[in-house]
Ligand binder design. Sequence first.
Ligand SMILES: Nc1ncnc2c1ncn2[C@@H]1O[C@H](COP(=O)(O)OP(=O)(O)OP(=O)(O)O)[C@@H](O)[C@H]1O
Length: 264
Amino acid sequence: MVNQATDAIIEIRGLVNRFGQYVVHEGLDLDIRRGEILGVVGGSGTGKSVLLRSIVGLKRPDGGAIRVFGEDLQRLPPTRRARVERRFGVLFQRGALFSSLTLQENVALPLIEHAGLSRADAERLARVKLALAGLPPESALLNPDELSGGMVKRAALARALALDPEVLFLDEPTAGLDPIGAAAFDRLLVTLRDALGFSVFLVTHDLDTLYTVCDRVAVISRKHVLVADALPAVEATDDAWVQDYFHGPRGRAASHAAQRTETR
Ligand SMILES: Nc1ncnc2c1ncn2[C@@H]1O[C@H](COP(=O)(O)OP(=O)(O)OP(=O)(O)O)[C@@H](O)[C@H]1O
């Protein structure tokens, strides 16, 4: 269920996350809207990955509420909660593919485990997902360590798409890619979002990605979301980190590059 007023499919209110005495989030509010690509930025250690992990169910929050499709995740019994979480696809920072399995076996695994497909059907569908992620047919039988970094990211994306997710969570998907590989991945993400209509929660440090793919950007600072808005409003936020990040040399270069692309 979508909140009709805000078009939000995920609503986070007053979120608290702690590790012992160390408080990562305190009173964090954020919405993820249907069909949007939401970029999530912030200095190192501000809790972007912890936020992602607490939404997808890998870290239990210490307070607050996370409503997904209208259901409060903390209040759901485990089986109903697992059903909601199956509507998520997650791509972790290092891809997290099984190195002893081929790409098609990696992508087939969730289809066998969660969708109950036979191995043959799952591997057939896995090859479709690999193609969707822009990988050539011959890559299906390769192991992850036989691939370039860019291909590993695409294979991890194919696995995240295996169960046709409604929300895709990506943790720094272009980290470690060269600029051409990163730009190609960004284009792929927009193409797939446009074609398949999922929403994206995208943790990134990549300014080019923010300027070229994100509909809105959320800045995490001082344990909460400082601003979540379209880029012009975020850039105008009166905050030292925001000003350094968006108006420093790298931010200016990314902004100019995006403007040049738009006017072509
Ligand atoms: N399992 C854990 N146990 C203890 N502390 C943790 C754990 N996971 C994360 N933290 C701490 O929580 C804080 C936020 O971590 P997180 O990985 O979310 O940061 P981040 O914003 O994603 O950083 P980066 O941009 O460097 O990846 C950090 O101080 C980190 O050390």
